[in-house]
Design a protein around this ligand. Structure first.
Ligand code: F6P
Length: 493
């Protein structure tokens, strides 16, 4: 049996202690299981990680050479082995191999120059930004702009990802074509959904009498030639390196709408916040390393306790798009074949709304669901303190209730408690703290993968469905389909 197998066995066979008893048994628990970094306070103390389990996980980190894998990641080695590529999203924020950092800086400067030109009126008056992209080419920009761009927005921004034409109807109705900048974001510049949405948008501009629709378009891509072939002038094609994965790409030119809508300074602060978390992940001991401890909790619940899901509840309306963003980051990265359970299914909702919809199951249901609360300590000037206080009170009460429970002889009213949660408290929600939060999630995902021995940077699982869709659309003669699918096609297509 390998060291790794022995350690997993020790982790899986450790008898769990009740959370409330852990606080009694370990007086320094709160101090040991909280980390403060880059404007974020992480509290993992309401999880079942005890001193012994942490020792085993630290040994597992050594046995799986987490340090070596982390160095390979930052050094720009080909850590994405199946595609023979590096994963260099950190270089976009100045952390990594010097050549990659220099290239990222040069491409950022190109992006900044285009933003300056747009702001100086080079493309005429721009009031609206229509961003077309899907998956990693949409979720990051959508989340960041929704979180930070609520006060006095300089532009109306719409992010359209779905190939359902209904998704385009909203911006087509609301935006004036003459004043709309269309951004086509696609790493490959071949994704069917984005290409069809782009073509329909060209048509929309044409129908409005715009003589040169491509003149109002910007492309964000790792395949600049394809964007030029599509019709976009090279000066408005913002490339990013092939080594930046789609779900890790908001730091690259995919972040163009963020930088345009929130301003260059905000974009730089976003990158700097992420860089602070990169340095923390790279330098902190495993026991004080927020992404690594978070990965220990994830692995403990999926491997030792059979949890199949984890739930994320931001108690802040501005973070309402966090769960969809994390779904791609964690499930596309780590939802991989392995002889161990891999990524948990990520789900969630916004507090307090989620309390009135799904929390019944968390408190009394039969599933074990580790919950993660994300809240912002400062209300911010523009927010009503009374609302904010109630929001935080609710957030903290839920974590406490899940852990302590309340015994009753009446089974219907009995709360068993001992249900784990972690909390991330953001001091102030600003570009830097949001950048740090997102980088925390990236590194947690990486640490999970490293400890499981899987590659988080490929996504072959999404290809089969795409192939079959293509074959159905092309009506390929050789296509053999099951009777159920054939009947659906006959009915609807
Ligand atoms: O669904 C698979 C995927 O390749 C994602 O990884 C990616 O973020 C998305 O499609 C969009 O790809 P692209 O940016 O190439 O259009």
């Amino acid at each position: 049996m390998s060291d790794t197998d022995t350690l997993w066995q020790a982790i899986e066979s450790a008898a769990p202690t009740r959370l409330t008893d852990l606080f009694d048994a370990e007086p320094d628990r709160l101090e040991r299981l909280t980390v403060e970094e880059a404007g974020l306070y992480f509290d993992f103390s309401k999880t079942h990680l005890d001193a012994r389990l942490i020792d085993r996980f630290v040994e597992l980190a050594e046995a799986q050479d987490l340090a070596g894998k982390r160095e390979a990641l930052f050094a720009g080695e080909a850590v994405n082995a199946s595609e023979g590529r590096a994963a260099e999203h950190m270089a976009q924020r100045g952390q990594g191999a010097p050549d990659s950092v220099a290239l990222a800086n040069a491409l950022h400067m190109r992006m900044r120059a285009l933003i300056d030109a747009i702001e100086a009126g080079a493309l005429g008056e721009i009031r609206h930004i229509l961003h077309l992209g899907i998956g990693g080419s949409a979720l990051g920009p959508d989340f960041v702009i929704d979180a930070l761009g609520r006060e006095d927005p300089a532009y109306d921004v719409a992010v359209v990802s779905n190939v359902d034409g209904v998704a385009l109807e909203g911006p087509f109705h609301l935006f004036d074509p003459e004043y709309t900048l269309v951004v086509i974001a696609s790493k490959s510049f071949t994704t069917a959904e984005t290409m069809l949405n782009a073509e329909s948008t060209v048509q929309w501009l044409r129908n409005a009498g715009i003589a040169d629709p491509y003149g109002q378009m910007v492309a964000l891509t790792a395949e600049p030639d394809k964007a030029v072939d599509f019709g976009i002038d090279e000066t408005r094609v913002l490339p990013f390196p092939e080594t930046v994965g789609g779900r890790y790409s908001l730091w690259s030119s995919i972040g163009f709408p963020i930088a345009l809508a929130l301003g260059w300074e905000a974009f730089e602060q976003l990158l700097e916040g992420a860089a602070a978390m990169d340095r923390h992940f790279r330098l902190a001991d495993w026991r004080d390393n927020a992404p690594v401890i978070a990965a220990f909790t994830d692995l403990y619940y999926t491997q030792a306790r059979g949890a199949e899901t984890r739930a994320v509840f931001p108690y802040d309306e501005r973070l309402r798009l966090l769960a969809p963003y994390l779904q791609q980051l964690e499930m596309e990265s780590n939802g991989k074949a392995s002889d161990r359970a891999t990524a948990a299914i990520v789900w969630g909702g916004v507090g307090t709304d989620a309390q009135h919809a799904v929390f019944q199951l968390l408190h009394q249901g039969t599933h074990l669901v580790p919950a993660e609360f994300v809240a912002v300590a400062e209300a911010g000037d523009h927010r009503d303190p009374a609302h904010h206080e109630q929001l935080l009170v609710n957030c903290f009460a839920q974590g406490s209730a899940l852990m302590t429970g309340r015994a009753s002889d009446d089974a219907d009213r009995n709360f068993p408690g001992d249900r784990p949660s972690s909390t991330i408290l953001i001091e102030t929600l600003d570009p830097a703290s949001l950048g740090a939060l997102l980088a925390f999630y990236e590194h947690r995902t990486f640490a999970n993968a490293a400890l499981l021995g899987i590659n988080p940077f490929d996504q072959f699982g999404v290809e089969l469905g795409k192939d079959i869709a293509r074959a159905i659309a092309d009506d390929e003669d050789a296509l053999t389909l099951d009777p159920s699918t054939r009947a659906l096609i006959d009915r609807a297509l």
